[in-house]
Design a protein around this ligand. Structure first.
Ligand SMILES: [Zn+2]
Length: 402
């Protein structure tokens, strides 16, 4: 499997580099390039600004140019015809950034930056916190420091008892979340994990207790399972996933006005691990199930705030949307969701314990189509939304508990 996976990537990477170089020669924006080698960027210290990085200070915030990011990671870049979106890639990693937007595509899935991309002197700039907290862990996941093994999975089915959570005409979130966790447990056990559930039945467990259960475990991760709802947009649909908002940054659901407010609530001591767990599971979910990609997000939900181990919160679709609610009501579909979460967790363990990079959405899809995986990240990723689409807007999770 590994040989199959990496060999074509190497060939593809070389091909893509050749193609990209040709394209670059014709391009009117050759600036952010000049990678020294095709595939994996050389191992360098973490991208805190050094002599190689030109830090641009705007207000209280440090920014780095897309040019510098391209150079550091060995990515070839090109502005699109609107001059607002840049796609950087090297066949192994891909990063799409858009001026005045917090939305970015990283390796084929939607990400929400802490701060919008801005422009100065003709250069697109990304905040330093986004480079460190969002981009770096995804472009070089092997650089994340992991302490110990990943042995225990704390599964947290959301809600329970009198707290039914979201509801559809078919059922409620407390039941669905519990069922997914019950289906997920034996799958994880079969992979050699120990599994602890914060609730085994339809009972109410306070959020702080759930976090306390998680914090009492060692060599463990925390996975909270929820389904979504919104009362403002019946068409909102799709998956999203959360880890704790970094210190000094706004959550994804904070509006533009709040961006000027610097929230100094503590972040997670294991932010990179939580974020990487988030991406590993999310790529697997979207790679196995063709749901709408709402993105990898940040929030200060209580279970994320109070857990001290790598922690994520999965939103497995909308109970307020007709298509999603029908799928979620199907036990076979929930089994598939459980399987996809299991595969993501296993990929995360392989990263933590063997430095093996987690599969990306395109690789899962190729795998399930029975193809030999050849990543084609030279193709533009799924288009960013120029205006909020019905499915995407409004951002569904206000800062209340999910
Ligand atoms: Zn919920």
């Amino acid at each position: 499997m590994i040989a199959l996976r990496f060999r074509p990537l190497g060939i593809a990477g070389a091909l893509l580099l050749a193609l990209a170089c040709t394209a670059l020669a014709k391009s009117r924006v050759p600036k952010p390039t000049a990678p020294k080698s095709a595939a994996a960027p050389a191992v360098k210290p973490a991208p805190t600004p050094s002599a190689d990085w030109q830090v641009v200070k705007i207000g209280q915030r440090d920014y780095l140019s897309a040019d510098d990011i391209g150079k550091f990671y060995g990515l070839l870049g090109n502005l699109d015809s609107t001059g607002k979106t840049i796609v950087l890639n090297n066949g192994r990693n891909q990063l799409q950034l858009t001026l005045d937007s917090r939305e970015a595509i990283v390796n084929g899935v939607r990400n929400w930056l802490c701060f919008p991309v801005i422009e100065k002197d003709g250069k697109l700039l990304v905040s330093r916190i986004d480079l460190a907290k969002t981009i770096e862990p995804q472009l070089r996941p092997q650089m994340i420091q992991h302490k110990g093994a990943v042995q225990t999975i704390v599964l947290d089915p959301g809600h329970g008892g009198f707290d039914k959570g979201a509801r559809s005409s078919f059922g409620s979130e407390n039941e669905y979340a519990l069922d997914v966790a019950r289906q997920l447990r034996p799958l994880l056990q079969a992979k050699g994990f120990r599994v602890i559930m914060t609730r085994e039945n339809d009972v109410f467990i306070p959020l702080e207790i759930r976090a306390r259960i998680a914090n009492a475990t060692r060599d463990s991760i925390f996975v909270s399972i929820h389904f979504n709802a919104t009362d403002t947009n019946r068409e909102a649909t799709g998956f999203e996933i959360f880890s704790l908002t970094p210190r000094g940054a706004p959550s994804t659901a904070d509006d533009a006005l709040a961006l000027s407010f610097v929230n100094m609530q503590a972040g997670s001591p294991v932010d990179a691990q939580s974020f990487e767990l988030s991406t590993a599971v999310y790529h697997s979910m979207l790679g196995h199930i063709p749901e709408f990609d709402r993105g990898i997000k940040r929030a200060r939900f209580a279970v994320l705030r109070h857990t001290q181990i790598p922690a994520i919160l999965v939103e497995g679709g909308f109970l307020t949307e007709t298509g999603d609610s029908k799928r979620i009501a199907d036990p076979a579909w929930r089994k598939k969701l459980a399987e996809s979460i299991c595969a993501g967790i296993e990929n995360y363990r392989n990263l933590a314990e063997k430095k093996q990079r987690p599969l990306l959405v395109a690789e899962y899809r190729a795998q399930s189509a029975g193809e030999i995986t050849v990543l084609d990240l030279a193709q533009p990723p799924s288009r960013l939304e120029p205006t909020p689409s019905a499915a995407l807007a409004p951002v569904s999770n206000p800062n209340r508990e999910p």
